[in-house]
Design a protein around this ligand. Structure first.
Ligand code: IDP
Ligand code: MG
Length: 154
């Protein structure tokens, strides 16, 4: 099954929203294949946000992402990348639709609760960037057969 990568950003840690955000992913039927708390540094953020290094807000973004440790997660499910991006909502929380994580929990463009991989290719790169292979677990949840129809599990 497909895997995607999520970061619970420092503002989410600061505001005590960790449980509520993780609960949404679990309620949806996504499984946690990996999860840990870690302190990000400038090196990993320059790789992770390489597409933004030239943008004027980049130094502020880096500082914000290093403000506290973050929680990184590898979530698993059918079409997990697309599903999690849809649950996440638009980048700017003020524009994100109600019902999405950013739409329900935030008011900021920068402090937007979560990062979520934007493609299957980037999900693979990001999981390998933030996790060691032995930190990603392969197990079969008992609820799998209740969450999916048989032909969706092939
Ligand atoms: P995404 O997180 O929705 O994929 P990206 O364009 O990849 O959006 O930007 C990465 C992160 O950089 C955003 O989640 C947000 O925290 C921050 N960011 C993006 N655009 C802006 C901006 O215009 N001002 C401030 N921060 C921004
Ligand atoms: Mg992005």
């Amino acid at each position: 099954m497909e895997q995607t990568f999520v970061i619970l950003k420092p503002s989410t840690i600061q505001r005590g929203l960790v449980g509520q955000v993780i609960d949404r992913f679990q309620r949806k039927g996504l499984f946690i294949a990996g999860i840990k708390m870690m302190q990000l540094d400038e090196k990993i953020l320059r790789e992770h946000y390489a597409h933004l290094v030239e943008r004027p807000f980049f130094p502020t973004l880096v500082k914000s992402m290093m403000a506290t440790p973050v929680i990184v997660m590898c979530l698993k499910g059918k079409d997990a990348v697309e599903v999690v991006r849809a649950m996440t909502g638009a980048t700017n929380c003020r524009k994100a639709a109600p019902g999405t994580i950013r739409g329900d929990f935030g008011m900021s463009g920068q402090e937007n609760i979560v990062h979520a991989s934007d493609s299957v290719e980037n999900a693979v790169i990001e999981i390998n960037r933030f996790f060691r292979p032995e930190e990603i677990f392969d197990y079969t949840p008992l609820t799998l057969r209740a969450i999916y129809a048989p032909d969706e599990l092939d």
